[in-house]
Design a protein around this ligand. Structure first.
Ligand SMILES: Cc1ncc(COP(=O)(O)O)c(C=O)c1O
Length: 430
């Protein structure tokens, strides 16, 4: 029925994905009745886990009143007000139906506003399900070129050549190289787009110095800076940009602002966002049937009202505990692995060397062979559900209990896998 057995490649894992029956709080049950703690949270989007009472109530009440009006609803306005109040870079915003559409609209706005058409993105950066957003997502070692001049690479055979030509790839966390590349391409780049934490390639935080260098260089050359905060919005009620103290021109949103329903958004400086106004001449076209639909807005507003600064701090601390516990478990088991990440976002990396970009994390996963896949299954057998690439994130129903449970499961899983690692990947032993 489904190619590969699922309807979404990112959520696929072998030999076959579990079919879920129901979920509540931070727990899920599959159709065989197995209980799992959900560290996946639909790829970081379920900030309150599953079935939060007030979100369920808001959705039920709204569903009874209609799901989509093709007209603003009061919740839509209130959710936008909350976002504008919280996120420093956002003076005006648009809702979209997905993060992909949010980044697409940010890029189109940047092109219209600057008159330039090329976009600079980071090596290993992922910004959605379209070609530009995935250029050099995986920096294949045989083709990627030198670190200071990465080659724009397709991830599959679907990429038209012009996308590769119009997308300039920048090394992540390399301030001097980024400054140099931005200066070299200054006349042709509309925007630089960057995630404050490189998500898909393993939750690798950007250094404040690197993001500061991007801000400085983009300002110096009249290029727009876009923060893709689709994942990192959860790190602070004001997004990752708030503790960093760096204000991008445009911010892409998604995931948590929909309260568990499909969502995305783009926001930023008023003069830039005005490009979307149908009242101006030659606006950037933004249609999108389900953008700002009443159901998502009701769920998102309820979710964001409950996501307070205290809750953000608490789950970030739980994330710290998870990383500490996992790192201790790997060290005790004598296995060269670590957890990278920031706040409530984490990812296992099979190396004890520092991981500061996608090349490092790709090298780690290639050297680990199929061990990460086995660890994912071993953890699942012990009731811990994560992304197959061993990405873990925290939701607000979690407490230290769930963190301790996952750490115990890791200790047991590593014991189970040790003989395989000794035999198949002795290079991973410390
Ligand atoms: C950083 C980032 N940007 C954009 C997107 C695209 O969002 P969506 O899957 O909602 O289209 C994702 C999705 O995982 C993401 O991680």
């Amino acid at each position: 029925m489904f190619p590969g057995g699922d309807t979404r490649s990112s959520a696929h894992y072998g030999p076959y994905p579990l079919v879920m029956d129901r979920a509540a709080g931070c727990r899920m049950w599959d159709v065989d009745g197995n209980e799992l703690i959900d560290f996946m949270n639909n790829f970081t989007s379920l900030i309150h886990g599953h079935g939060h009472e007030d979100i369920v109530l808001a959705v039920q009440q709204q569903a009874a009143k209609g799901s989509a009006y093709a007209a603003p609803s009061m919740d839509q306005i209130e959710l936008a007000e909350l976002i504008v109040e919280r996120i420093p870079s956002i003076e005006q915003m648009r809702f979209t139906s997905s993060g992909t559409e949010g980044t697409t609209m940010a890029i189109r706005c940047a092109r219209a506003a600057t008159g330039r058409k090329k976009i600079m993105k980071m090596e290993g950066g992922y910004h959605g399900s379209f070609e530009l957003a995935e250029v050099s997502l995986v920096p294949f070692p045989d083709r990627r070129g030198p670190l200071n001049a990465p080659v724009s690479l397709p991830v599959d055979g679907s990429f038209p050549d012009n996308v590769l030509l119009d997308t300039i790839v920048c090394p992540y966390n390399e301030s001097d190289m980024a400054r140099e590349l931005i200066a070299r391409h200054a006349g042709e780049i509309a925007a630089v787009i960057v995630e404050p934490v490189l998500g898909s390639m393993g939750m690798i935080p950007a250094t404040p110095e690197f993001l500061g260098a991007l801000r400085e260089a983009s300002l110096a050359h009249d290029i727009l800076l876009i923060f893709d905060e689709v994942i990192t919005l959860r790190l602070d009620v004001g997004g990752a940009q708030t503790p960093l103290g760096i204000t991008p021109d445009l911010t892409c949103m998604g995931k948590i602002i929909g309260g568990g329903l499909p969502v995305g958004g783009v926001g930023g400086r008023r003069d830039l966002m005005q490009w979307f106004s149908p009242q101006r001449q030659q606006p950037v076209m933004h249609a999108s049937t389900f953008s700002g639909n009443a159901l998502t807005m009701a769920a998102g507003l309820a979710a964001m009202r409950h996501y307070t600064a205290a809750e953000a701090r608490r789950i970030n601390e739980l994330g710290d505990q998870l990383r500490e516990g996992f790192n201790r478990a790997f060290a005790q088991a004598g296995i060269a692995a670590q957890m990278t990440g920031a706040g409530s976002l984490s990812n296992v990396q099979f190396t004890s060397e520092p991981v500061h970009d996608a090349r490092d994390s790709l090298a780690a996963s290639m050297s680990a062979g199929h061990i990460p896949r086995l660890l994912h299954l071993a953890m699942m057998r012990r009731g811990v559900f994560s992304a197959a690439r061993l990405m873990y994130c925290i939701s607000t129903p979690m407490t230290s209990r769930e963190i301790d449970f996952a750490i115990t499961a890791l200790n047991e899983s590593l014991q189970e896998l040790r003989p395989y690692i000794e035999r198949e990947r002795p290079g991973l032993l410390l």
